[in-house]
Structure formats: structure tokens, C-alpha cells
Design a protein around this ligand. Structure first.
Ligand code: SME
Length: 162
């Protein structure tokens, strides 16, 4: 069993730094994407406050398909360009959405979600791997510190796949 340490962080940058360190330990020595994605989602779910969903959508060559996650059951397939996840995948840019109701085409999987952040995941050669999606029941839950922190965490995840 992997023991994740309790994290007592002063602020968001410290919290994400500690999470990145734990993620590196958790994923070290394993390259299976489902195994690492499942443990990664569980780690973030355990330590990030005020979130109601976190998880992966994998690109299957045509569209996004839900992968390991924590939270309520989610929509399974998302076309590129659709919703926040599809926009992050199509534009290859992180989407920070302060108010999901104001985002055109937002896909409401969990009615509790009020804000979200989606980070595109790219292989080293630029191919699309998928997206990492975190939702919150609070409006404007995610700021620039979350964006930097999530991108750092996602880099740890992608590096673990080799
Ligand atoms: N909100 C996302 C859909 C996925 S769920 O939130 C899990 C979107 O609009 O892309």
C-alpha cells in the first residue's frame, strides 16, 4: 500500500509543490496509463479542497473517452471542440472557467459543478493524449496558481508514461 502523507500547505503553490512530489513517488516505476491515471486522480481528490470531480479523458484517435476519475459518474464521450474538455483538447490550451454556466456548450455532467479547469495532455512529440479535468461546486475556484500547479502535476503524470 502506498501511504500518501498528509499535506499541511501554507498556500496553493506549496500545496501543488507537495502534491507534485507525492505524485512522483506514487507513479514511479509504473508506466501503465490506467494504473497511473487512477492513482493520480485519487491523490488529487484526497488533497484538493472544494472539488466535486477530477479525472481524465483519453483521446482515442477520434474523440475524448472518459478514463479514471473520482466523483459522480460522468459523460463518456466528448467530441473535440465540444464543452470545456473538447475546447482544451482542440486548442491545446488550459481552460480556466470561472462560471461554467457562462461557457458556451459546457457539458453538465454533475449539476453541482460551478467552475472548472481542464489541462490538455500532450505526448513529447506533440500528439494529443487527452485532458485532465477538475470541477468545483464553487464559482471561480481556480486561479493562476491552480493553473500553474495543475500543469506541473500533469507534467509529472505524462513523464510517468515514459
Ligand atoms: N464539464 C466538462 C464535461 C466533463 S465533466 O465535467 C466530468 C466539459 O464541459 O467539458
Amino acid at each position: 500500500m502506498f501511504q500518501t502523507a498528509r499535506i499541511a500547505a501554507a498556500g496553493k503553490p506549496e500545496l501543488y509543490a507537495a502534491l507534485a512530489q507525492q505524485a512522483e513517488h506514487l507513479l514511479a516505476g509504473e508506466r501503465d496509463r490506467v494504473a497511473n491515471a487512477a492513482n493520480f486522480a485519487a491523490l488529487v481528490w484526497q488533497h484538493l479542497p472544494a472539488i466535486n470531480w477530477c479525472g481524465f479523458y483519453f483521446f482515442d484517435g477520434r474523440e475524448l473517452v472518459v478514463g479514471p476519475f473520482q466523483g459522480k459518474p460522468a459523460c463518456i464521450r466528448i467530441a473535440l471542440g465540444r464543452g470545456v474538455c473538447g475546447t482544451a483538447a482542440a486548442t491545446r490550451t488550459t481552460q480556466v472557467v470561472a462560471d461554467v454556466d457562462a461557457f458556451p456548450g459546457h457539458i453538465a455532467c454533475d449539476g453541482d459543478s460551478r467552475s472548472e479547469i481542464v489541462v490538455p495532455l500532450l505526448h513529447a512529440d506533440g500528439r494529443l493524449f487527452g485532458v485532465w479535468d477538475v470541477d468545483s461546486p464553487e464559482r471561480a475556484r481556480f486561479d493562476a496558481d491552480d493553473q500553474a500547479g495543475m500543469q506541473r502535476l500533469c507534467a509529472v503524470f505524462m513523464a510517468s508514461l515514459g
